[in-house]
Ligand binder design. Sequence first.
Ligand code: HEC
Length: 147
Amino acid sequence: MHKAGFGQVGAIVGPVIALGLLLNAGAGAAPSTTFAVNGRSIFQSGKDLSGVQIVARKPPLFRSCAGCHRSNGSGGVHLPGGAVSADLRHAALVKKQKRPYTMALIERAISTGIDNEGKPLDPVMPRWRLSRSDLHAVAYYVYRELK
Ligand code: HEC
C-alpha cells in the first residue's frame, strides 16, 4: 500500500489520486488510450496487448508490420520476390493519393489485400486475420500515428 517516496502524507494522498484515476478511466479516458497503445503494439511487435501474435491467411514473412514497413512506417524494404514494402506514413497514404486512404480502406487493405484503388496488393503483403478490435486499432495507428 505505502508508496516509496510519498512519506506519511503520501500514504493518504496516493490512494486518493489512484481512486481519482480509476473514476476518470471509467468516464472514458482509458479505453481510447488502450486502443491506441494496442494499435502501436500490433504494428511494432506483431502482438496485441493481450500478448496474442497476429496471424495471416498464409504464414507471413515477418511477424510484425514494422518488420516489413520499418518502425516509422516509411517502408522501402526490398523483399524476396521483388516486392518493396509500401510507405504507410500519412503523406503517402492520404495526401499524395488521387483516392486517399480512409480508415475503412486501410482496414480493407490489411485484411483483404485490396488497395485504395481496388487493386490487389503484392502477395508478400500478408492478408491478416485480426479480430475486429485489433484490425481497428492497427488501422488507427497507421492512419493517425505514422507521420
Ligand atoms: C512480409 C512483409 C509485410 C508485412 C509483415 C506487412 N506488410 Fe504491409 N505491405 C507489404 C508490401 C510489400 C506492400 C506493398 C504491396 C504492393 O506494392 O503491391 C504492403 C502494403 C501495405 C498497405 C497498402 C499501402 C498502399 O500504398 O496501398 C498497407 C495499408 C499495409 N501494407 C499495412 C500493413 C500492416 C498494418 C501490417 C501489419 C498488420 C503490414 N502491412 C504488414 C509487406 C508487408
